[in-house]
Design a protein around this ligand. Structure first.
Ligand code: IPE
Ligand code: IPE
Ligand code: MG
Length: 257
C-alpha cells in the first residue's frame, strides 16, 4: 500500500473537492433504511440487509482510499434485539458470512477490525468469527474499522459508571480523579478519537442510542438515501459538506480564523 499524501485535493465532481489534510479523523455511520429499500422493491427485509453489505464494502474501501483513520459502523443496536427472531437470525447469519468473506479485503487494505458493544450477547458463532477476524487483522495500521454490535450508548455508560464506582469503593481511584478522560477510558471506544462526522442514511434524523458521549462535538449529516443505495459518491458528498462547516467548539468565528 502506498502512503496517503499529506496534502491533496481530490476532485469529487466538477465543482467540489476534498482536502485530504482536513479529513475527519473519525467517521461514524448509522446505516439505516435496509427494510424500506427492500419494501420499495416488493422484497423481504432480508433482501435489503443482504444488499446493505455491498454498501458496507464500498464505504469501507472509499474511507481507506481517502485516508480516513477511523470508521465506526452501527450494525446492530441493543434495541434491535426486539425485532422478530427471524430477522435477527438473518442479520447474524449475514454477519458471519460477511466476516468470512471480507477478511482478505481488510488485510489487502491494511485495515484493523474492532468491535464495540455487548459482544457476549451475540450468538457464539458470530462472537467466534468476530474474534478470529479481530485477531487476524490486529497488526494492520492504515485504518480501524469498528463494528458496533449489540451496542447501546446508555448501556455503555451504565457499565462505565459501575466500573468507576467499584474502583472508588475499593480505593483504586479517588472520586476527585473522575474527569472526562477517566470516563472516556472506561468506554468501549477508549482507543478511538472523538467522532468528527456522524452520517445517518434513510432520512431519519435521530441518534438512536449511538455514541452519545463520543459525538458531543461531531458534525451531523443526514441523507435521505437508503443504506443499500449508499455509494462512494455519497460518502464524498458528506465529507465535502463537513469541510464546508466551521467547527467553533464554543469559540467565536473570529477566534477560529
Ligand atoms: C438498518 O436498516 C439495519 C439495521 C438496523 C440492522 P433497517 O432494518 O432499520 O431498515 P428500515 O429502517 O426498517 O428501513
Ligand atoms: C439504528 O437503526 C440502529 C442501526 C442502524 C444498527 P434503527 O432502524 O434500529 O433505529 P430506529 O429504531 O429507527 O431509531
Ligand atoms: Mg431502521
Amino acid at each position: 500500500m502506498g502512503g496517503t499524501p499529506v496534502f491533496a485535493l481530490i476532485k469529487v465532481n466538477l465543482k467540489e473537492t476534498i482536502n485530504t489534510s482536513r479529513l475527519p479523523k473519525h467517521i461514524a455511520i448509522i446505516m439505516d433504511g435496509n427494510g424500506r429499500w427492500a419494501k420499495q422493491k416488493g422484497m423481504l427485509r432480508a433482501f435489503g440487509h443482504k444488499n446493505g453489505t455491498k454498501a458496507v464494502r464500498e464505504t469501507v474501501e472509499a474511507c481507506a482510499e481517502l485516508g480516513i483513520k477511523n470508521l465506526t459502523l452501527y450494525a446492530f443496536s441493543t434495541e434491535n434485539w426486539n425485532r422478530p427472531k427471524i430477522e435477527i437470525d438473518t442479520l447474524m447469519r449475514l454477519l458471519v458470512s460477511s466476516l468470512k468473506k471480507e477478511t482478505t479485503t481488510l488485510s489487502d487494505h491494511n485495515i484493523k477490525l474492532a468491535a464495540i458493544g455487548n459482544l457476549n450477547a451475540l450468538p457464539n458463532k458470530v462472537h467466534r468469527e468476530l474474534k478470529e477476524v479481530i485477531a487476524h487483522t490486529k497488526d494492520n495500521t492504515h485504518m480501524t474499522l469498528t463494528l458496533a454490535l449489540s451496542y447501546g450508548s446508555r448501556e455503555e455508560l451504565v457499565n462505565a459508571f459501575k466500573e468507576i464506582s467499584n474502583k472508588v469503593k475499593n480505593n483504586i481511584i479517588s472520586s476527585e480523579s473522575i474527569d472526562e478522560s477517566l470516563i472516556n477510558n472506561h468506554l468501549y471506544t477508549r482507543n478511538l478519537p472523538d467522532v468528527d462526522l456522524i452520517i445517518r442514511t434513510s432520512g431519519e434524523q435521530r441518534i438512536s442510542n449511538f455514541l452519545l458521549w463520543q459525538i458531543a462535538y461531531a458534525e451531523l449529516y443526514f441523507t435521505s438515501i437508503l443504506w443499500p443505495d449508499f455509494t462512494k459518491e455519497n460518502l464524498y458528498q458528506a465529507i465535502v459538506e463537513y469541510q464546508k462547516r466551521e467547527r467553533r467548539f464554543g469559540k467565536t468565528s473570529e477566534q477560529i480564523n
